[in-house]
Design a protein around this ligand. Sequence first.
Ligand code: S3P
Length: 427
Amino acid sequence: MKIVHDIPGLKGNVQVPGDKSISHRSIMFGAIATGETKVTNFLQGDDCLSTISCFRKLGVQIELQEDQVVIKGSGLAGLKEPKDILHVGNSGTTIRLMMGILAGRDFHSVLIGDESIAKRPMTRVTKPLQQFGASIQGRKNAEFTPISLKGGPLQGTTYEMPIASAQVKSALLFAGLQADGTTTIIEQARTRDHTEKMIKAFGGKVQVDGLKVSVQGGQELKGTTVHVPGDISSAAFFLAAGAIVPNSKITLKNVGLNPTRTGMIDVLSAMGANLQVAPYENGQAEPAGDLTIQTSALRGTVIDGELIPRLIDEIPIIALLASQAEGQTIIKDAEELKVKETNRIDTVVNELRKLGVKITATDDGMVIDGKSAISGGKVSSHGDHRIGMMLAIAAAISKEEIHLEEAEAISVSYPNFFEHLHSLISE
Ligand code: S3P
């Protein structure tokens, strides 16, 4: 697909789609709670639709209306043995969190996904869940799909996570909610806490003490209304576009500002971007606000340590941003990038190099030297939504034509991305 290039300026407002992590969790909690749950601003992207499809196969009634999703939950006990394979598509969040839920259910299920899912590591979840008492089989000792799972009674446990991962933490919290006694998870670094917030929103209890998160088993969750804020990981593409496309000023409305997710804002500030943050005071469980970005003179920065989990999904677009900054940007401590939808160290470095960016892969990240002009060429998303959107923003500042292959992957998290991009192009 030929992508619009050499954009003279981006101006206006965008309402980015609902947060992907929160949308997944709203379906999962709605499905295991008792009573009705309503979800507003739900992200109708491919990944979250996979979550809905899996829960329908588990017997949960879910209605996708125009402006909300309605879930009729009958509690954990209401989930039924699926007669069909649970297909998670491209969604790591769906498969990993679902395993935590299924681990405590006394029935058999089989989980598979697409080609990318088949390469992504699952032992990080299957091993601790086996420790809880679940029976899980899969290719290469339950490292890879297809995964076959027979749940049952679980014993609460204390588990120290070897990696910083909200997916692992969340899967274990779902198991902990069904286990006997207390489950305590110790994180390496603070990761997104949407699961903890949602346990509380559904009337449950969770204790957070520094890097320790504990839940009691046997709690009854009650259906509620979830307002999903806009996804900061989707907003990130327009934040970067606003900063690097000349003559631009973009306001992103109702963007989620949960502090475990706002690393991109910290990086933009460190790079000297002209960014205003206007938080709402609406008392919602998940904070949100408006972000306004203007064309900016950027400088390189260092991104590492505890900042990494707060912007892990934004690294592809940060790499492009860094290519337009004066000086060097170093990204380290980010080996987790290797096990995302693609190996994002390789895909970011290889695709940006094709466009003339001075970027080098390292063992745990990348080094980018700015500032380079973006040249034309043929690039590919490699089936990774965030690589696709990053390359589309690269085209916006290229004087030459760019062809993007596998652009359709973008619908995983941002089905109307191109519509929004085109709506901002000034005459
Ligand atoms: C997610 C957590 C992150 C993130 C993914 C969504 C979640 O993964 O990259 O896109 O919703 O919990 P990890 O927890 O594996 O780092």
